[in-house]
Design a protein around this ligand. Sequence first.
Ligand SMILES: Cc1cc2nc3c(=O)[nH]c(=O)nc-3n(C[C@H](O)[C@H](O)[C@H](O)COP(=O)(O)O)c2cc1C
Length: 157
Amino acid sequence: MSRLLSIETSPRGEASISRQLTRRFVAAWEAAHPGGTIKIRDLTDTSLAFVTAPWLQAYFTPPTQHSPEMKTVLQLSDELAAELLETDHLVISTPVYNYNVPAALKAWVDHVVRKGLTLGFDGKGLVTGKKATVLLASGGVYTHDSRSETVTLRANI
Ligand SMILES: Cc1cc2nc3c(=O)[nH]c(=O)nc-3n(C[C@H](O)[C@H](O)[C@H](O)COP(=O)(O)O)c2cc1C
């Protein structure tokens, strides 16, 4: 059974273009994967702390030596990394904010990139054998041959 993890980032609710793209993507994915499971991780409903000194201390300490405080500080990061590791297909839907991704999405990246869990100690990625799709909504068009989102959806499911 296939599993999809959908990361939502736009705070604009029903008005959001990226969320509309997600709905279309999910409908196409469900049709292609009957019986598949979908996990929605909405970053606007997730309390994503930025990286702090205690978080880094926990991050660099081997799990077998984690204090109760370190376990607590890494709890959300553990949860988010586990969601990523257990999915078959990751779809990230995001606006462009100031030529970048929203801060919440960057914070999510900081939480899921974990040495020994999703990133090898040799620097090689451990999140392998999965598909990933990024659905981008922007005010501007940044490539002269930008393809429509319909083509992107077909290419990635
Ligand atoms: C704070 C802010 C910054 C933005 N910066 C950019 C930008 O740098 N480039 C761009 O093309 N569009 C920019 N936009 C436009 C959004 O990317 C566009 O409205 C997009 O549809 C937002 O995604 P959403 O509809 O899913 O919320 C910005 C919008 C906001 C509110």
